[in-house]
Design a protein around this ligand. Structure first.
Ligand code: MRU
Length: 362
């Protein structure tokens, strides 16, 4: 499943090269991150973003952290694992993919920390730790690519011919290691002749819609039009919109979904206008520890990101602003959650728990 989008990250034992999404599409530029700390800074600073991509990047960041660490004993390894985990997970709180990736990396090498903490690890054991971590990060990357493809296929099957879609933020190749989730559905459906047009909301303040999604769709030859975030009501009232499709950063056990700020207002508008509202995300986005959306932690970012645009102050210098980076869409406003294993129509806790009890075999 090839995309026309440059690689989002390139892993080499010496470090990661990360496509700088802050300057796209004006420039295609990579920055280097040689350790876990630099990787965490890149995540926090929005060099890369999008839940699945954050997760996979964190996995490689973890690997680099251990690679660069000078642990000698089992106890020192355990300490290094804890430090690296906390550096990475303190970068952004909302996307579960980050925590999921770090937990998987931790678990994969847990056996080396057991027993006598003072016992030295042999060179052979050290090499084996690195290779286990490398395999785990690569496995997560492959899983994401497959999940993207399955989500795209399932999602496209829900659409009629010549559909007009509205999407928000960027849940495309630039947010994942594969073809994307919400945008993956759109590009896949477009190849099947099912898409006549896509509206892309610009997504203030980082403009993931205008800068990233519009560019991805252009490169994939899918016709699209950008709207400002405040035009969605006008659009739904006056133009034919057949479906809204968005991604997700975390889905509570009952189906309530956290996604980019502005998603909630789209879901309310879609309900009023009787437009299907789809959430596309891998099953690993479901957080079974959180009963509802109320418990999902919403990242609050610096208000300077709102009152400055490209370094220019857009209001008076004492202006105050809020910057919640995500909001919660209640499950009742979601027509279906599209995952790589199945489509949950009218999602609720019972349906999502079925997946936990009977995980699909791929
Ligand atoms: O702040 P961002 O750009 O990381 O937010 C991204 C989103 O909200 C996406 O919709 C979500 O991560 C899903 S990406 C497949």
């Amino acid at each position: 499943v090839k995309t026309n989008i440059p690689p989002r990250i390139i892993y080499k034992p010496a470090g990661l090269r990360i496509l700088d999404q802050r300057v796209l599409p004006r420039k295609i530029k990579y920055i280097s991150a040689e350790n876990a700390h630099k990787t965490a800074l890149a995540i926090k600073g929005m060099v890369l973003r999008g839940a699945p991509l954050i997760g996979c990047t964190a996995a490689y960041g973890y690997l680099l952290g251990i690679r660069k660490s000078k642990f000698r004993t089992r106890g020192e390894l355990s300490l290094a694992m804890r430090k690296i985990s906390s550096v990475l997970t303190n970068s952004r709180p909302t996307a579960i993919a980050l925590f999921y990736a770090v937990e998987r990396m931790n678990k994969s090498i847990l056996k080396f920390t057991g027993g006598n903490r003072k016992e030295r690890l042999t060179l052979r054991e050290r090499n084996s730790i690195i290779s286990i971590l490398e395999n785990e990060a690569k496995k997560m990357e492959r899983e994401d690519i497959t999940a993207n493809y399955m989500i795209s296929k399932f999602g496209a099957s829900l659409l009629e011919k010549n559909s007009v879609i509205l999407t928000h933020c960027n849940a495309g190749a630039l947010a994942t290691m594969g073809m994307g989730t919400a945008v993956g559905i759109i590009t896949y459906a477009s190849k099947k002749g099912k898409i006549s047009h896509v509206y892309v909301s610009e997504t203030r303040p980082y403009l993931q819609g205008a800068r990233l999604t519009a560019w991805e769709l252009y490169r994939e030859k899918v016709p699209s039009t950008i709207i400002c975030d405040n035009m969605a009501g006008y659009l739904m009232k006056n133009r034919k919109i057949d479906a809204v499709i968005v991604g997700a950063d975390r889905i509570a056990a009952n189906g309530d979904t956290a996604n980019k700020i502005g998603t909630y207002q789209l879901s309310v508008l879609a309900k009023y206008h009787k437009i299907p509202f789809y959430v596309a995300a891998p099953t690993s986005t479901i957080d079974y520890n959180l009963p509802s959306g109320k418990e999902i932690k919403i990242e609050q970012r610096n208000s300077k990101e709102i009152i400055y645009i490209n370094g220019s102050l857009i209001t008076h210098k004492n202006a105050s602003a809020i910057h919640p980076a995500f909001d919660i869409t209640p499950r009742k406003l979601i027509t279906a959650i599209i995952t790589e294993s199945r489509v949950f129509r009218k999602p609720n806790a019972e349906k999502l728990f079925q997946l936990k009890k009977f995980p699909a075999t791929r």
